[in-house]
Design a protein around this ligand. Structure first.
Ligand code: ZN
Length: 722
């Protein structure tokens, strides 16, 4: 996942972070959040100087200053040119970039009660700020003038793309609307910003407040050692020394449901997790969703679109909701069919256990899925996930990421000290390219803590650019591993290791960027394209080179045995029915919600979810990966709204792209890796994504590779040339 820009409706150009060196910029104030980032590496954020009380005055000053800068651009008496309008926009708003970047980092990783109060107050003001930019008529007129003249201005292809992007973004956000419509847009955006903030805060509250404390050893039956240790440490930090805390987060829920022999507790943990935001209490999200959907529908109508989904997809690679539905429906049926096979296999195991007196006679319920899937995995593939984890040490997998980046793209990582971080648990690495040139910094924030969003994501603190001199990027990866006892290695699951490769793929997309303008840099690409580089990187975890060097047993230091790897590979298509259906159900509900919503219809999210899933033929044993009241992707911001399909869209690309390596002889083929870097990882949004993809692959992707990857019925694999 990617953390989006703070002001969803503002023009990307105005939000790109572009700090300058200390002392070169006038007007730096005493507020440390506004100050230029100083120090080595082109300057770094001064996290050691952040005080929550500084956010409000910093953001208010930064917004006012940026609006003044934009007025100056708009009021320029000279004829509009690329330099005095488009490049000037890229240059503007540096104070806002710096302060809003740190604000975003606090919002997602340090969201304490006092910060939440600032967040609640600032969210509508930030939305209003975005609208003021879009609704600056004189500014838009100049952008439009450059856009109209673009063919005659002898611009580079990248400059032409930037002109197109700025113009399109302005129009997309309502620059062409009349005054009354713009005023209403602004009201809607401010109200939405408040609702998004409340939605996230409710989720965070439900994840923090609903902790299950286990008090007896017998409650832990089946749970692996590493998990017990983490749960014990988590209980201790929460004042329950001697007990075990099962947190209401995905990284606690998933292993618990996979390993716990206690069916009663599995049901309890499952119900608590999937009820987040849906408890009919002070943190319930349903009413917020109803209002968000109405407001989004009204905004889309104002902008001349049929629905919010049509509006959101206008600038995507897919272009229309229908295109995405086509892809989702093509995958849905084979995935559901696979779920029925998976359930039949699990039921057989449960029946056998019951017949042998090893357990009660049961029918597989949703809280049994992961548990029995694990048993089937053991029986059919002789693969025990628990036997894999001792080989997956967090620190070693991190080294594997560096090895992969080095061998594919020539990047080198070296730890640095003395760079301020939000907590001492965050560590920083310097990244150089093959020639030894500094290309950026990589911040890694691995552990869960109160006030940090669950899940894993990448965030760009500063985008690469060179139009005002070389500005190196700063990127971060964020995960939620449970911090173990000091000195003990953190053992992670195969899925978690895959997620690390995924998020690191986003980081590499940022670190490999080589463009002129920050708005077109790195991961600033359309939502349904941005997951492609990250999903592609997941493939390198299972390469023999990575496993033999980095998947080392935490006690013996021995590499993961070949037989175990073969088992993992054989089992890789296992449970794809479940994984695909839990995801696709969410993507379909997201799209259908945003196609169905109208400005005056009250949609009850739970009723809609239930009816939609019934109509789709959702298997009763599977639940949406994010149920509607907890669907932060689509309700804590506009970013992934009508856009959760993006993961499938991107995976269609990544499955097809990986076959380019297979066809060439293997995952490290230098010629294919170079083509990938030159066309995909380094180019950002300087070209249309479909064109970038063709540049790499030579053709458009079809769905055949995706079906093969997931083990659904599809044409035969391409020939491998050893
Ligand atoms: Zn992602």
């Amino acid at each position: 996942m990617m953390k989006g820009h703070l002001v969803g409706v503002a023009i990307a150009a105005l939000l790109a972070a572009l700090p300058m060196m200390a002392g070169t910029e006038p007007g730096a104030s005493a507020n440390p959040l506004l100050a230029p980032w100083t120090g080595p590496y082109g300057g770094v954020p001064a996290f050691d100087k952040v005080r929550v009380e500084d956010f409000k005055p910093a953001l208010e000053k930064a917004m006012a200053d940026e609006l003044a800068e934009l007025d100056a651009i708009a009021g320029n008496p000279e004829k509009p040119t690329f330099a005095n309008t488009i490049a000037a926009l890229e240059s503007a708003g540096k104070e806002f970039d710096r302060s809003s970047t740190i604000f975003g980092i606090y919002s997602s990783t340090m969201d304490t009660k006092d910060f939440q109060a600032v967040e609640t107050e600032m969210a509508p003001k930030l939305a209003e700020f975005g609208d003021k930019i879009v609704q600056n008529k004189a500014l838009f007129a100049r952008v439009a003038a450059v856009y109209d003249a673009r063919e005659s201005l002898s611009l580079t292809p990248e400059q032409k793309r930037l002109v197109w992007l700025d113009y399109t973004n302005f129009v997309h956000a309502g620059a062409k609307l009349g005054d009354a419509a713009q005023k209403r847009m602004s009201e809607i955006n401010q109200r939405l910003a408040t609702l998004f903030t409340k939605f996230s805060q409710n989720l965070l509250a439900d994840e923090a407040d609903y902790v299950l404390y286990l008090e007896r050893e017998s409650d832990l039956a089946g749970l692996p050692d590493g998990f017990r240790k983490g749960a014990s440490a988590a209980a201790e930090t929460r004042g329950h020394k001697g007990h075990w805390a099962i947190l209401n987060t995905r990284s606690s829920m998933e292993p618990f449901l996979t390993y716990s022999d206690r069916r009663d507790l599995r049901e309890k943990v499952w119900r608590t997790y999937y009820s987040r935001g849906d408890n009919n209490d002070a943190h319930d999200n349903k009413k917020l969703i109803t209002e968000i959907l109405k407001l989004r529908a009204e905004r889309a109508k104002l902008l001349g679109f049929r629905t919010h989904a049509d509006w959101r997809l206008e600038n995507s690679m897919a272009k229309t909701p229908e295109k995405t539905m086509e892809l989702m429906e093509a995958v849905w049926k084979p995935a559901v069919a696979r779920v029925h096979e998976e359930v039949a296999d699990m039921q057989a195991v449960a029946d056998k256990d019951a017949a042998a007196g090893r357990g009660p006679k049961i029918t597989i319920e949703p809280w049994d899925y992961r548990y029995y899937a694990e048993k089937v995995r053991k029986e059919k593939y002789d693969l025990d996930q628990n036997s894999v984890m001792p080989y997956l040490q967090l620190e070693k997998i991190r080294e594997a990421l560096f090895y992969t980046a080095g061998r594919l793209f020539g990047l080198k990582f070296a730890p640095v000290t003395g760079v301020p971080t939000v907590t001492p648990d965050v560590h920083v690495w310097e990244v150089q390219d093959a020639s030894g040139k500094h290309v950026g910094l990589w911040y890694f924030d691995p552990y869960a803590r109160p006030g940090k969003n669950s899940g894993a994501w990448m965030n760009a603190y500063r985008s690469q650019s060179r139009f005002e001199g070389e500005i190196p990027t700063i990127v971060s990866n964020n995960t939620n591993f449970v911090k173990g006892k000091p000195g003990e290695p953190i053992l992670i699951s195969w899925d978690d290791a895959t997620a690390l490769f995924h998020e690191f793929g986003h980081a590499l997309h940022g670190l490999s960027s080589s463009v002129d303008y920050p708005s077109l840099s790195g991961t600033n690409v359309s939502r349904d394209y941005v997951e492609f580089p990250s999903q592609l990187m997941e493939h390198w975890l299972s390469t023999p080179e990575v496993l033999n060097q980095f998947a080392l047993h935490y006690q013996t230091g021995k590499p993961i045995p070949k037989e175990l790897v073969e088992k993992i590979e054989r089992a890789s298509k296992f449970n794809q029915g479940f994984a695909t259906v839990e995801y696709l159900a969410g993507a379909l509900v997201d799209m259908k919600l945003h196609l169905a919503a109208t400005p005056d219809k009250d949609i009850d999210p739970d009723a809609f979810e239930k009816a939609t899933l019934k109509e789709l033929g959702m298997p009763r044993e599977v639940v949406m990966r994010h149920r509607t009241p907890q669907f932060g992707h689509i309700f804590s911001g506009d970013g992934y709204s009508a856009g959760y399909y993006s993961y499938l869209w991107s995976d269609t690309l990544s499955a097809d792209a990986y076959e380019a390596f297979v066809e060439a002889g293997g995952p490290w083929d230098p010629a294919v890796a170079k083509r990938l870097k030159d066309n995909v990882f380094s180019t950002g949004n300087t070209r249309d994504p479909a064109e970038s993809y063709r540049g790499f692959r030579g053709h458009d992707p079809g769905t055949a590779a995706l079906m093969r990857k997931r083990g659904f019925s599809a044409p035969a694999a391409p020939a491998s040339h050893p």
